[in-house]
Design a protein around this ligand. Structure first.
Ligand code: PMP
Ligand code: PLP
Length: 432
């Protein structure tokens, strides 16, 4: 951990005005507040006067009949700057959920030993991007199981690192294959200056984008043991965690993190809203604090309005109400998944292969007899009025031929999915 925090010192210099007036470190602010007599007149604030803002109050109807209301006072707070790590009531709620779901061993550690910390981010993409910028230096070897989320590739590639593919299948990273990749390095040498051993491994453990793959508990355990042996951090990007169709949900890397080597990104994009932009980073305090300094120097914080709106709803739901909502979301996606699989069985059996996903919103389809789907989709699919994502965009080298396409079952009706696969089938047969 010290190695990473030292590396990033040069990037994150706290800005004094921001730190003191409205942002983290919260401890500084609290110390100031504790010392302040009630008669104190503060001319120190760098925040604008919300009485000049045009928005007065708000009332937001929730599907279950509840209402989230912003009184004039709440609205003033919602329109104002807030702490870079997130508003306290949302963080408290999320920490308690994280403990219930993952019971991370690191929750009770000391900061030096990897104590768990969380911060709010503007979607998990912001968290991921900032985590990569913190940890990855030019020339570093970074491990991931490609095909992978194109947003991850977009965040990693400009950092000038060397992306190394770890072979995977429908159950995610294959531990024996990871062991083979790592066998180039001597675990005893990884801390020597100049060692080229990878320091981080990135993976999407549930309902992978684009593959739909979900890792089993046993594989996670074996991958974690290899990370221990080679002293790597694991970045667990889990936006489809709440879209696991089968219970019990698989234990997460965070739940097995005895060492403080997991950085987990969670997202509300698939369950509350993608446009509100709310995500969370959970990981060792020393590292999460660095992410917060980076937020302080860039976006300052996730929209206070967004955070208050979400926090009010979560507090009124409680954990039970939240998990009931998740169950309804899962039911929707499971039905959609089933519809897509039955249409695939109906139209694509002879021309394609796939594995039924147990989480997420994607079906990853391998087209038989076509080496690269780029041309098929980009040039001919539109004519047939059907659109899918050609697999190449998820590969480390996007120009490598890829026989796969990604189909999302999130937005179209079962009837539309069926017709789309009928058109896709005709398209493939013409191309062969
Ligand atoms: N530039 C200057 C000179 C500022 O004073 C501030 C805010 N105090 C900012 C940029 C950041 O503004 P914003 O809240 O729009 O990110
Ligand atoms: N990680 C993965 C694997 C994703 O598929 C996505 C969105 O598609 C994200 C991260 C980004 O999610 P967010 O909306 O929380 O930034």
């Amino acid at each position: 951990l010290n190695m990473f925090t030292r590396n990033s010192d040069r990037v994150f210099l706290p800005k004094f005005e921001l730190a003191l007036i409205f942002s983290v470190p919260t401890c500084t602010k609290l110390k100031l507040q504790q010392r302040s007599p009630p008669s104190l007149i503060s001319l120190a604030g760098g925040a604008p006067n919300p009485n000049t803002f045009p928005f007065l109050s708000a009332s937001i109807e929730v599907r279950n009949g509840e209402t989230v209301t912003f009184s004039e006072a709440a609205m003033k707070r919602a329109l104002q700057y807030s702490a870079s790590n997130g508003i306290p009531e949302l963080l408290t709620w999320m920490k308690s959920l994280q403990k219930k779901l993952h019971n991370p061993p690191t929750a009770n550690y000391s900061p030096e030993n990897g104590q768990m910390e969380m911060c709010v981010t503007t979607g998990s993409q912001e968290g991921l991007c900032k985590v990569f910028e913190m940890l990855v230096n030019p020339g570093d070897n970074v491990l991931l199981d490609a095909p992978t989320y194109s947003g991850t590739l977009a965040a990693l590639q400009p950092l000038g690192c060397n992306l190394i593919n770890v072979p995977s299948d429908q159950h995610g990273i294959i531990p024996a294959a990871l062991k083979e990749v790592l066998s180039r390095w001597d675990p005893l040498e990884v801390h020597r200056p100049g060692s080229t051993a990878p320091k981080i491994l990135y993976t999407i453990p549930n309902g992978g984008n684009p593959t739909g793959a979900s890792m089993t508990a046993q594989r996670k355990k074996e991958v974690y043991e290899l990370a221990q042996q080679y002293d790597m951090l694991i970045i667990e990007d889990d936006p489809y965690y709440f879209l696991q169709f089968n219970k019990p949900w698989a234990p997460t890397f965070l739940s097995m993190d005895t060492d403080g080597r997991i950085i987990r990104t969670d997202s509300f994009s698939k369950i509350l809203s993608s446009g509100l932009r709310i995500g969370f980073v959970t990981g060792p305090k020393l590292l999460v604090d660095r992410v917060v300094l980076h937020i302080q120097a860039s976006t300052m914080h996730t929209s206070t309005f967004t955070q208050l709106m979400v926090s009010q709803l979560l507090h009124s739901w409680g954990q039970e109400g939240f998990l009931q909502h998740i169950d309804r979301v899962i039911e929707f996606y499971r039905t959609q998944r089933d519809a897509m699989i039955s249409s695939a069985d109906k139209w694509l059996k002879d021309v394609a292969e796939w594995h039924t996903p147990t989480a997420g919103m994607f079906l990853w389809i391998k087209i038989k007899g076509i080496a690269d789907t780029q041309q098929l989709i980009m040039e001919r699919a539109l004519e047939k009025e059907v659109l899918l994502v050609p697999g190449g965009v998820f590969m480390i080298n996007s120009s490598d031929p890829c026989p796969y396409v990604r189909a999302a079952f999130s937005l179209s009706t079962p009837e539309q999915i069926d017709e789309a696969f009928r058109r896709l089938s005709a398209l493939i047969k013409e191309a062969l």
